[in-house]
Each structure stands twice: as C-alpha cells, then as structure tokens.
Design a protein around this ligand. Structure first.
Ligand code: PAF
Length: 283
C-alpha cells in the first residue's frame, strides 16, 4: 500500500495508473470503522485501483464544533486500509489542502438548506463540497463511494458532480450498523456507556415510525412526532437537533407528488451529535 502526502506525487503516480486501470476513490476523515471498510470493499470490487483519502477537513466544522477533538488514529487506520486491500492512501496535511491565501469555495445552494444545513449552518456543506471538489481534482477517480448514513451529504455531492460536470460516478454504500442497530460513526467513540446504550433509540425510533406508517397506524404528517417522542422517551438525557421527514429526492417538504421519503434525525448526547436516517416509499 502506497501512502502519499504530496499532491504532485499523487498526480504523477495516478496519471500512470490511469493508463491501464480504473480508479475508485473513498474520501474519509479517518478513525475508520466497518462503514468505511465496506466502502473500500465496494470500491475494490468495481474498480481496479483503490484510493482512500484521510483528511479531517477544517472547513466543514463550525467554530463551536469538534474539529480539535475529532478522533484520530493514523496507525490503526493504515492497518485497516492495508488489510482491506487499499492500493493508495492520500494523507495530506492542512497546509497542503488549504495553503495560505485560499479563497475559493464550492456551494450547492438548495439541497444544503434543510436538515444538517439548517442546524449546523450551510458553511458545513460548503466545506464538504469544497474539499470533495478539490480531492476529485487531485485523484480524478472514475467512481467515488459515499455512505448513505450521511444522506444529505450524498445528495449534495451528487448534485455538485452533476452541476460541475465531474466525470465521476457516485456510488452510495448502505449504512453499516452495530449489532443493536446504531449506525456506525467515528463519533460513537465519544459516547459514555449509558449514552451508548440509549443511542440505539435513534435507529429504533426511525424504523418503528416507518413501519407504523406502512402499517397504516400513523399518517405521513405524524411520522416526525412519533419518532421524536420515541427518542425522547428512550433517551430523556439526549437533545433532539431535528427529526424530519422529507421528499428523499428533493429534500423538500413532501407533496402529493412525492414518491420517496427520508426520515432523518440528528440528536445530541452531551456534546456528541449523532445522525441517522431511513428511506422508504410513500404508501
Ligand atoms: O463523510 C466524511 O467523512 C466527510 O464529510 C468527507 C466526505 C470525507 C469530506 O471531508
């Protein structure tokens, strides 16, 4: 496995690889778990050269957020990536990605407004789309892999690729869950044992709300309240940032034309903010 920190070395190596092989790319912020590794495995199955980036991107964190305490494990990450058969790890530092005088950003305007954009501020997704645009320019992959746990991020990246004509196919990966249903996240490592135990109510609440809706027990306009009440009842110490049910294709309030729904939530346990979502069709 090759590990590079330098953009020009990355470009020159990948320009040779590109002559004979398709390139797949998994961008990450490190502290890797089974969710990331499942994307690496998908990447290896459908492309011939797998590139993974590890970069904790400062522009997607608000000043009040957890940039400085974001978990890091360089040695463990490299071991996991090597075991998963990664070909190249790109591990740039901040000065490489954002040299002094940096002043250009990529902004997807509408899809960033609801959900995490409304509560974390649209600068979060501006940071995500900017760093992903930069990484796509450096790696120039044929396919790039993003987890469905970050449902809005996936929608934003797909839109950016479409609007800016990037020649890259975006492939979504299923959310990987712990045995009890909690969506895997690097941030789960912050949870106290008690919060970890009750955090299972996020996925349970979302799935139960979906099942009750499909069974005809609750209406579409009752889904959010049902899931929020379930979370409050099972994790009274948590603070709900949002629980929202939107048109999954447009991320807007469902209308009679809506076919696909996403029920998404963000919930704080102390300072740790967890997100999860479930998608389903209108019945
Ligand atoms: O999902 C993440 O880990 C990050 O938002 C990403 C896509 C690597 C951009 O920094």
């Amino acid at each position: 496995m090759i590990v590079l920190k330098d953009i020009s070395k990355l470009r020159s190596l990948l320009s040779d690889v590109r002559k004979t092989k398709t390139i797949g790319f998994v961008p990450t912020m490190g502290f890797l778990h089974e969710g990331h590794i499942s994307l690496v495995k998908m990447c290896k199955e459908s492309t011939e050269f797998t590139v993974v980036s590890i970069f904790v991107n400062p522009t997607q964190f608000a000043p009040t957020e957890d940039l400085n305490r974001y978990p890091r494990d360089e040695k463990g990450d490299l071991e996991k990536l090597e075991n998963a058969g990664t070909d190249l790890v790109f591990f740039p530092d901040k000065a490489t990605m954002y040299p002094g005088g940096f002043q250009t950003y990529v902004e997807v305007q509408e899809l960033t407004k609801p959900l995490c954009g409304a509560t974390r501020g649209t600068s979060h997704f501006r940071g995500v789309s900017t760093v992903v645009a930069k990484l796509f320019n450096m790696v120039q992959p044929d396919k790039a892999f993003f987890g469905k746990k970050d449902f809005q991020q996936l929608a934003v990246i797909k839109q950016m690729v479409k609007d800016l004509n990037y020649p890259v196919e975006i492939i979504p990966g299923e959310t990987v869950r712990e045995n009890d249903g909690l969506a895997m996240s690097s941030r789960n490592s912050y949870l106290s044992p008690a919060d970890r135990k009750s955090s299972v109510c996020l996925s349970r609440g979302l799935f139960l709300a979906r099942d009750k809706y499909h069974a005809g027990d609750i209406r579409i306009d009752e889904i959010e309240l049902f899931a929020a009440d379930f979370i409050k009842a099972n994790a009274p110490q948590s603070r709900i940032d949002y629980v929202q049910c939107l048109d999954a294709d447009k991320l807007t309030i469902p209308t009679p034309e809506t076919k696909n729904l996403v029920l998404a939530c963000a919930v704080f346990f102390q300072r740790t903010r967890l997100i999860d979502n479930v998608t389903f069709t209108v019945s």
